[in-house]
Write a protein that binds this ligand. Structure first.
Ligand code: ZN
Length: 327
């Protein structure tokens, strides 16, 4: 997959940081132990001296016997070191850097191939950068306050808005807990301020915490990024990443500028993910007929057929909160 150079640079920087930390920790441990047990330092020096001794033995011709002697001496020294460390409550491993990924020793490559840890870092970083997660406040299901929803039965729903939202919160909580990369796509519909963004953020947080690659973004900035890449103003292949991530959350569909290019991008992403059986969560103020009017039958039929609709109801909670805070 083609990653944005910024994504690659950030993933490499993380590898370097991991490697640096492991090396520094090992060096600090070595210095501390050598200070505690001076004999360790002597052994280290003797072991280091063995390398030129072997070279000398090879050059002077009587290598076999001499090399065997050096090897035996080395084994004896290593055994002594292990015993000294063990007596002090440590192991020989404490002298070596403890890498996050022992397979590639945090270099990102092993046996001439990219290591799985580097692929994972690239994937995580791509999701993070596409999501702008640094400026996104992730939130929990527990922060949703049902007290703001009306408790009287709504004739159209047959239950109260509070009951309706209780059901949706439970559904979303279970959805997030049981998430798989082939989970159902969801359409969170309803007026402004009824908790759609809160719910989608809570799902994104719970799914991210399980180690899945989640891209969360409002529709407008994502489309702007795709546009800028398409017309060569910036590098990267965000469309590919939007289709490849484990969960894509598109917030506020319908609030973006309308253009044929944007509609085509949305279709490619939504359809591409449905074809790969990957879940997308869309939140929108638009009902099904408004989606069809605005985006055309192609997108509307994909959403209609492939997404589970969840109707969020109630009054604008942000306004209610503001009003109650002022009372
Ligand atoms: Zn690795």
């Amino acid at each position: 997959m083609a990653y944005d150079p910024q994504v690659i640079a950030a993933a490499r920087a993380q590898l370097e940081q991991r490697r640096g930390q492991a090396t520094n920790r090992a060096a600090a441990m070595r210095a501390r132990l050598c200070e505690q047990i001076p004999r360790l330092k002597e052994i280290e020096q003797q072991l280091a001296a063995a390398i030129p001794a072997v070279a000398h033995a090879i050059l002077t011709g009587n290598s076999e016997r001499e090399i065997a002697r050096i090897r035996e001496e080395n084994l004896r020294l290593q055994k002594e070191m292990a015993e000294l460390l063990h007596k002090a409550g440590y192991e020989r491993d404490n002298f070596e850097p403890q890498y996050t990924c022992p397979h590639c020793e945090d270099t990102g490559y092993a046996n001439g191939r990219m290591c799985a840890c580097f692929s994972q870092l690239l994937k995580d970083e791509a999701c993070r950068q596409l999501s702008g997660l640094s400026c996104m406040k992730l939130t929990d299901f527990d922060d949703m306050q049902l007290g703001y929803y009306d408790d009287t039965v709504d004739a159209r729903l047959g239950i109260s808005p509070r009951e309706q939202m209780q059901g949706i919160i439970t559904y979303c909580r279970e959805y997030a807990a049981a998430f798989t990369p082939n989970a159902q796509s969801l359409l969170l519909q309803g007026p402004t301020g009824t908790g759609k963004t809160h719910l989608s953020l809570a799902i994104a947080k719970a799914v991210t915490e399980q180690g899945f690659g989640v891209v969360y973004s409002s529709v407008q900035p994502l489309l702007r990024k795709l546009e800028s890449e398409h017309f060569g103003r910036s590098e990267g292949d965000s469309e590919e990443q939007l289709i490849a991530c484990d969960l894509l959350v598109l917030d506020d569909l319908g609030m973006e500028f309308d253009s044929p290019f944007y509609r085509a991008c949305l279709y490619n992403v939504i359809n591409g993910r449905l074809l790969e059986n990957k879940p997308t969560i869309i939140s929108t103020n638009l009902g099904f007929s408004a989606i069809a009017t605005r985006y055309g039958d192609q997108i509307a039929s994909r959403i209609n057929g492939g997404f589970e609709p969840l109707l969020c109801v109630g009054k604008d909670i942000r306004q209610l909160r503001r009003r109650r805070a002022m009372e």
